[in-house]
Design a protein around this ligand. Structure first.
Ligand code: AMP
Length: 235
């Protein structure tokens, strides 16, 4: 990510928003456009479940019930992920942090390295729209692209545009589990909006204005964040 002077700035962003708000879609676009590492805790967990790792076996029952996986498991997983080389050039977090304890642990981890989150973007979408989107959502188990049967269908039915893999429905998107996930979001994750607002890094974006327009709003926020990072000096 470059600032206006064309200098390279490392920006660290987190996306907040209910399931189905568009975090994955926007984070994928941000990765493509600005080269930020897309770090999605849900994708990492689903990969662990698919590969039947110890973490996957522990996380699976929580995921299938629409509940949050315990913080200690998530924090170990994220510690390892954020230490990988691609994340050193900046990242966009998708689905993490999801609890106050995770947010505080992330702050402490970044602070210990003289780093910080530069912006937190809350994608705001009504519950009615969320339910509509989730009912037709398809994901690519290979490259993690996200589709929506009505509004964002793949070019060829059931096939990923990006990598050609067969698309699947998520196992946690039955109506009961979706209801549980929305409840968990309200109770445990929505309080993070205030947490980041108090820190002065929260930006709210209407998530219902279309993928391209949301990305343009995000671009303006990133440009501002990159300028500030540039002003603090390169890391
Ligand atoms: P997502 O793909 O972000 O909707 O996540 C799918 C599921 O993975 C969630 O319903 C949780 O069970 C689990 N999960 C993902 N990220 C986290 C997190 N940061 N903390 C706890 N559980 C998580």
């Amino acid at each position: 990510m470059c600032d206006r002077r064309g200098e390279k700035s490392v920006v660290r962003i987190a996306l907040l928003g209910a399931p189905g708000a568009g975090k994955g879609t926007q984070a994928n676009a941000m990765q493509e456009r600005w080269g930020l590492a897309h770090v999605a805790s849900g994708d990492l967990l689903r990969d662990n479940v698919k590969n039947d790792t110890e973490l996957g076996r522990k996380a699976k029952p929580y995921m299938e019930a629409g509940e949050l996986v315990p913080d200690d498991l998530i924090l170990d997983m994220m510690e390892e992920r954020l230490a990988r080389p691609d994340a050193q050039a900046g990242f966009v977090l998708d689905g993490f942090p999801r609890t106050l304890a995770q947010a505080e642990a992330l702050d402490a981890r970044l602070e210990a390295k003289g780093q910080q989150l530069d912006a937190v973007i809350n994608l705001v979408v009504s519950e009615e729209e969320i339910l509509r989107r989730l009912s037709g959502r398809l994901i690519c188990p290979q490259c993690h692209a996200v589709y929506q049967a009505e509004t964002m269908p793949p070019k060829q039915p059931g096939i990923c545009d990006r990598c050609g893999a067969k698309l699947v429905q998520r196992s946690d998107e039955s109506p009961e589990v979706v209801r549980k996930r929305l409840q968990v979001y309200e109770e445990q994750t929505a309080p993070l909006v205030d947490y980041y607002r108090k820190k002065g890094i929260l930006h709210e974006v209407d998530g219902a204005i279309g993928v391209e327009r949301v990305l343009e709003k995000i671009a303006a926020i990133l440009e501002e964040a990159a300028k500030q990072v540039g002003g603090r000096g390169s890391e």
